[in-house]
Design a protein around this ligand. Structure first.
Ligand SMILES: Cc1cc2nc3c(=O)[nH]c(=O)nc-3n(C[C@H](O)[C@H](O)[C@H](O)COP(=O)(O)OP(=O)(O)OC[C@H]3O[C@@H](n4cnc5c(N)ncnc54)[C@H](O)[C@@H]3O)c2cc1C
Length: 343
């Protein structure tokens, strides 16, 4: 059986890896230049900066086993972060002692490890799908994929879509014409998807002339414009030699400033850092990244079928299970199991 997986984030990689281990022929497609999706670190002169996912935890038993394997192979390491909480204008030590993991040397390493032996198509934005069944013109049945240059791939006997809901919805509606089999099921599926399941996040990295005077490696910020601060040079193996703080703005603030210029966000990030730590800072370099679909919207309830036997289609992504890296992996494995149960 041949399966196409669109999306080389943690969910797509976990799905593809599970299918490949079961002996299926899998091809993975991603519009990015490499695997990782929202688990991505930016290469800088002296190391890496984590602009998306900051760390991950492992509570589920199967995911914990997977993390143990990554720890053993060196694809992942512990981040023994000293965490604080900022609330009501006060900084207090965080009581949460859950083990925190990061990819090593960059956040995407475990995703790359899952895909290492597979056929991957990067820089390949799938812009159109075609689901052919009972073809009258001799075309083979299955899923066909078309990229941004209108190159055609397929047919595949099953398809896994592992991407954020807005991108998923856009693709689903391209697959069938109203008079074709599968059309109404695809429309129903598309209608169930809540596009606002993931909220935006502006990330700003600030390189400082002098280290901040604080014991904190990271701060969960519970009020104001910011939701998270992390000292990137506290992460083992990232190679950063100067004090570098990553600021994640809250979903509300990010939405409000969605079209803002990077310089505005950098100025705001500097002001927030100074306010929270009560110290003046001198920024020597900065960069920004806008995530349109970042973390879960707690108000969006997702009720989706993960696998449709009629369409030979599975859906995966962190947003189906409540967000976060661990849930992305679990969702990918669940989607693959749906396909395998139908082989
Ligand atoms: C700012 C930020 C902070 C976060 N912090 C944490 C954290 O600290 N801990 C934690 O556990 N989680 C965190 N997360 C969430 C975590 O990153 C995600 O849960 C996880 O990476 C999602 O994986 P995924 O595979 O479901 O989706 P994604 O990583 O989004 O992967 C989807 C992939 O699909 C590709 N794609 C989309 N459309 C197409 C198309 N048409 N054609 C081809 N490819 C396509 C994309 O390029 C992408 O690579 C954070 C996320 C962000 C953005």
């Amino acid at each position: 059986m041949t399966v196409a997986v669109i999306g080389a984030g943690m969910a797509g990689a976990a799905a593809a890896n599970t299918l490949s281990k079961a002996g299926l022929q899998v091809e993975v497609f991603d519009k990015g230049r490499a695997a990782g999706g929202r688990m991505s670190s930016k290469r800088i002169a002296d190391g890496y900066l984590d602009l998306g996912a900051q760390y991950f935890t492992a509570r589920n038993e199967s995911f914990s086993q997977q993390v143990s394997q990554w720890l053993e192979s060196g694809a992942v390491c512990y981040w023994p972060a000293v965490c604080y909480r900022f609330e009501h204008g006060q900084m207090t030590a965080s009581v949460d002692k859950t083990a925190r993991f990061i990819g090593a040397p960059s956040m995407q390493t475990p995703v790359k490890a899952l895909l290492a032996t597979l056929t991957n198509h990067f820089d390949c934005r799938v812009s159109r799908l075609r689901f052919v069944t009972n073809s009258s013109n001799g075309q083979k049945n299955g899923w066909y994929l078309f990229d941004q240059h209108n190159n055609r791939f397929g047919p595949y006997q099953a398809l896994i879509l592992a991407m954020p809901p807005v991108q998923l919805q856009t693709l689903l509606v391209t697959a069938c014409q109203p008079d074709e089999p599968g059309y109404s099921e695809l429309q129903q599926l598309s209608a169930q998807i809540q596009p606002q399941a993931l909220l935006p996040c502006w990330a700003v990295s600030l390189e400082l002339a002098k280290p901040l005077q604080t014991a904190a490696d990271a701060v969960f910020v519970k009020e104001g414009n910011v939701s998270w601060l992390a000292r990137q040079n506290s992460k083992p193996g990232r190679g950063n030699t100067v004090d570098n703080w990553l600021v994640h703005f809250s979903p509300q603030c990010s939405a409000l400033h969605l079209q803002a210029e990077p310089a505005q966000l950098i100025a705001l990030a500097k002001a927030e850092l100074e306010l929270i730590f009560g110290q003046g800072i001198d920024v020597t370099d900065a960069l920004t990244h806008r995530w349109l679909y970042a973390q879960i919207n707690p108000a969006a309830e997702q009720v989706l079928v993960e696998y449709s036997a009629g369409l030979k289609l599975a859906i995966a992504g962190d947003w189906l299970l409540g967000g976060r890296v661990e849930n992305a992996w679990l969702s990918g494995v669940a989607a693959a199991k749906g396909v395998l149960a139908d082989v």
